[in-house]
Design a protein around this ligand. Sequence first.
Ligand code: 13P
Length: 250
Amino acid sequence: MRQPLVAGNWKMNGSRDSINDLLDGILAGIDSVEKAEVAVCAPYVYLSQVADKLSGSAVAWGSQNVNDNESGAFTGEIAASMLKDFGCKYVIVGHSERRTIYGETDADVTRRFMATQAGGFIPILCVGELLEEREAGTTNEVVARQLDAVINEAGIAAIGNCVIAYEPVWAIGTGKVATPEQAQEVHAMIRSKLAGLDADVAAKVQILYGGSMKPDNAKELIGMEDIDGGLIGGASLKAEDFLGICTAAN
Ligand code: 13P
């Protein structure tokens, strides 16, 4: 049985004060979340604050990216060794905003994925198609290509120690959520593709759905056979909404 995971991706949002309030709100309600694991992925500059606040609690935390180099002349980038100082458990890699706005390629994402694991963190590997790719009927090909890039370099065993997040780009921040059936179809494709390589890995890897997940649609989505939780953007910025999704995952 796979444990559900609900992870917040705060993206480029928050301030010292708002994060303090948000975490207070989450901690106040976390006891009602019995079965799901809960995590938040914060902007780098707030990781220290998040670590201080959440250490010893039931909530894990992580970053939203990492550079694949150990150190050196990479202005504006963050190394895995730096994340270690802040007790991160997770690192999001390959988010569609990184791929589409900042031009990260499948090869870049693969290197960052491998740096994440080498640093001792669990990558949350994001995959998903653009609207035009869905309309062209190439969703499965796109997602398979994004996965293959990582599997071909890191090996199938590495997938056994990661979380996959299927995030259809057209559903992110748009309020246009994929139907549970649409999401399940892609999740099932991912799992059966992995099963063709390693049945144990396929059975154990958590596959999250991301894209306009809210308290009122979370239960139906997470209730689908191959949907093991959510990667939450907008709704992770309000404690009540985020907790609503976490309890739905119970
Ligand atoms: P929204 O929940 O705001 O649609 O964002 C989803 C997402 O991109 C999480 O990584």
